[in-house]
Design a protein around this ligand. Sequence first.
Ligand SMILES: O=C(O)c1[nH]c(=O)[nH]c(=O)c1Cl
Length: 311
Amino acid sequence: VDLSAQIANMKVNNLFLNASGIHCQTEAELDDLMHEPVSGAMVTKSMTPQSRFGNPLPRYYRLANGSINSMGLPNEGFDYYMDYLKNHEQIKPVIVSVAGRSKEEDLEMLHTLQDDDRYQGLTELNLSCPNVIGEPQMAYDFPSANDLLKEVFSFYKKPLGIKLPPYFDLVHFDQIAEVLNQYPLSHVNTINSIGNGLWIDVNSETVVLKPKGGFGGVGGAMVLPTALANVRGLRQRLNPSIKIIGTGGVTNGRDAFAHILCGAEMVSIGTQLYEEGLGTFERVTRELTDIMEAKGYQSLADFRGKLKVIE
Ligand SMILES: O=C(O)c1[nH]c(=O)[nH]c(=O)c1Cl
């Protein structure tokens, strides 16, 4: 089964990877992902220049068919992850996720990556964290996103992708695609969690998360329709050279198959991976392979992007 992804020329033997934020903050977690035998790549927790504790707890809550989180960008800081890459053999490609809390922080980290000759990896600029108190999601501000990308690509020459929030209006697909198509992006990763949901414990009449009065990003099975729409909508609008990592709502092989039908090159697993553990990769890969065999597909290319509409 041909699984080589053309994302920044990554040659992988499996299309699955963790969603950023899941099992990828500490050296121990990153080692688990590096040595996990099935997944074809991995991504770090989005990093900021300095380490951060993040938002007060409770900040993650499991729902019947998903999750809600207001982590607030907890991470060990940029240098920690650069040291990790220098001190660990890359058995699989490691996508470095950066999420500055300002344009200046994004540029600072990207300049450092550009100027580090030893760093030849794929970077993902997270423009969609919904949980930093007081910070907007940059990717919902099209002019600002364009200004940032114009400045980034004036100096950044290594492979770079963008982590996008979900959009909910076809005009917004048009507008973000118009911005992104101007730049030599490796990929977009869509979707991030659906920002600022709210979950309530009716018994106690109380929210379940402490930060932001309980508002947090929603993920897991319930966001699959939004994730599929964003993968499909962007695939239809982005230059073919910009690949798509499909993220959101993947719990089994059928969900992954649907993401690929919409045009995903690789598929990230978040909430399900967190709740079920790293064995998720083997199970979902087996389920997807079974579906492909039942349909007579030899490779992902046989059906990638070939979603049919009703004429
Ligand atoms: O609160 C977080 O750390 C977080 N949570 C998310 O659901 N998406 C993100 O991009 C980030 Cl950065």
